[in-house]
Structures are given as C-alpha cells and as structure tokens.
Design a protein around this ligand. Structure first.
Ligand code: OGA
Ligand code: NI
Length: 342
C-alpha cells in the first residue's frame, strides 16, 4: 500500500492526470500572490504589564483581519523545534518497508500515515502530499501508537507536543482576554485534544497544476504550525493569495472554526492552502488544539446579548467534524449548517 505515497514515486516526468486541479482552483503559472501584504509578525517576548494590553491588541487585530499571524520570541527552544523537523524529515525519508508499519487509511487507527486525504478513493483530484497524524493526548497512552523509527521519534515529539500545547494555550489566554472573556475560558474540554499533523510535500513535476493542500480552514480551535524554511503556505485574504514567509525563528498561528464560533464571528478562521514547488521537498508540522469529541461548542455566553445575538447554534464537536469532513474546503457550506437564522 505504501506505493501510493507520493514520497514513494514522486520522481516522475509529468504530473499524473488525477493530480491536476481544475483551472479555477489550481495555482496557475502566473498565480496572483500578493507580495505587498504579509501576515503580521508578533513578538511575544516577556512584556511588562502595560505592554501586555498592547500585545493582546496586536493579537486580536491580526486574528480579526487575517486569522493568521507569526510569533517570534515564543519561548519554545529552537533546538527542539529544529530537532522535531529533522525527525519528521528522517521519517519521510525512511524506506517504504519501515513506513508500512504506520500506513493506514482506517480512521479508527490512532496513528496513521496516508497520502492525499482520508477520501482518497472518492476524491476527484489527489493532493500532492503524504500525511502522518496522531493524537498527543492523553500523552502516555497514545505515545504507544507513534512511529518507532526514527528511534528518537517518541522522545523528541513528546517534548515538542507538550511545549507547543503550552504555547497554544498561552496564546489562547491572550485571545480570550482580548475578546472580553475569562483568560482561562478555553482551558478545559474546549482544548482537551491535541493532534499532530505532519505534511510532507515532495518536489512536484508541475506546481502550477497541483496543490499540496487545497483551500480550507482548520476545524479546530487554534493551530500552531512550523512550516520549516520552504515557501508553500498561502492565506486567502480579500480575494488574493498571500504567501506566509518562512522566518527562521517563528511559528505560525491560525484561528480555527471553533474559535470563530466561540467569539461569535469576531475572529476569522481564514482559508489557506499549501502549494508545491519543483525543487525541494517541504515538510510542515501542525499542532491542532481541539475540543474533545463530546464537548459542546457555542458562542461564549459572555459575548452574546440582545444587541449581539448568537450567530451560531450550540453543537457537539464531533457533529462539526463529521460535517467538516463531508464538506471539506467548502467554508460557506460548513458554517451555514451551524448558523442561526437572523
Ligand atoms: C494544515 C495546513 C499548511 C502547510 O495542515 O491544515 O494548512 O503549510 N498546512 O502545510
Ligand atoms: Ni490548515
């Protein structure tokens, strides 16, 4: 089965037809990528008390306008971040026989490696990426399902997941404070699940026709993404694609649908995509912080009243996930299902 992985066969001369996106969605040879705009870069260095409100404001502004920002001086050791990236690259470079032990398309499997998306057999066009994903909570229990090769995988990724979850929660605290909620509003069932999602995009024979990941917004609360040092992540803003520049010591933060809903529509769960290139492989590591499957999500009580009525109904997170998966990439259809009529 591992022969399906793009990393097993990418060295081909031309792009196979089932990887060619329709003209409206493919990047194209002259893709309009704005170089004028860029997502904000926010410095999280230890700030004095009065700087804190300035920091909160910067984060809220970026979350409203872009739904995306990069953070620097985030407190996570760059050695750990680099080490984790190296382990992931080593993983994708393992011989196919080694990767076969985690290869699975069975959604019941905790840790799985597959190619394109979970809908491989039903999707019209395949994505130019391989994908390794596994939960990181509860840590001790789920670590047993993680890859055993490279031998350092479990040790390094364990620390990475703990440190990045802390960073994610710290940012969520600032966000909750900024929208007028108790800073700890999300520190419970709402942020219980941590999922690591690693994308590997080998060099692609024709990046103008293919996509690593098509336009989508993330289903969770917040994502902390390490995109390495290769361009590929683009955010859709005001009808244009904006490249997110890989900065050496930065991590990318983006708002997912759940935080948009909790904030009653104030924060933006921006759509984004990953494009490919023909020269070098790109690996990105996303840490998704999510509600538990049975958690009820709704616009925060403290943010709605008669003049600000709730825009979304309450739902159970697993209902959201199932609707998200069957409408992948269709932001309007996804949100409409949970919207209350005005
Ligand atoms: C994702 C994602 C972007 C990237 O994993 O949801 O948007 O740069 N990844 O790989
Ligand atoms: Ni995403």
């Amino acid at each position: 089965m591992t022969e399906k992985l793009v990393s097993s066969w990418f060295n081909v001369e031309s792009l196979p037809e089932d990887y060619i996106f329709p003209e409206e969605t493919r990047p194209g040879k002259f893709a309009v990528v704005s170089h004028r705009k860029t997502v904000p870069v926010i410095d999280l260095k230890k700030v004095s008390y009065q700087d804190r409100s300035d920091l909160v404001q910067q984060i809220i502004k970026a979350s409203e306008e872009f739904g995306f920002f990069q953070v620097i001086n985030h407190g996570v050791s760059m050695d750990l971040v680099d080490d984790t990236m190296n382990v992931m690259k080593e993983f994708f470079n393992l011989p196919a026989e080694e990767k076969a032990s985690v290869y699975s398309v069975d959604p019941k499997q905790c840790c799985r490696l597959y190619t394109s998306s979970v809908n491989f057999d039903r999707e019209k066009v395949h994505f130019w990426r391989d994908h390794l994903r596994h939960p990181c909570t509860p840590l001790e229990e789920c670590m047993k399902s993680w890859p055993q090769k490279p031998t350092r995988y479990r040790e390094v990724v364990r620390e990475y997941s703990v440190e990045l979850k802390k960073l994610g929660l710290r940012i969520m605290e600032l966000i909750c404070e900024g929208i007028g909620l108790d800073p700890r509003y999300c520190e419970n069932e709402l942020s219980k699940l941590v999922l690591l999602s690693v994308n590997h995009y080998p060099p692609c024979p024709d990046p103008s026709l293919a996509l690593g990941l098509p336009k989508h917004a993330d289903p969770n609360l917040i994502t902390v993404l390490h995109q390495g040092d290769v361009y590929g992540l683009q955010v859709f803003k005001d009808g244009e694609w904006i490249s997110v520049e890989p900065l050496p010591n930065a991590l990318v933060i983006n708002i997912g649908y759940q935080l948009k809903i909790i904030s009653n529509g104030r924060l933006n769960s921006a759509e984004h995509r990953a494009v490919t290139n023909s020269i070098e492989a790109r690996t990105s590591i996303a840490l998704f912080i999510s509600p538990s499957f049975d958690c009820i999500v709704e616009p925060a009580m403290g943010l709605v009243n008669e003049s600000n009525p709730p825009l979304f109904r309450a739902f159970v997170f697993k209902e959201f996930l199932s609707h998200y998966t069957s409408n992948y990439g269709e932001a309007e259809a996804i949100l409409k299902h949970f919207k209350l009529q005005a």
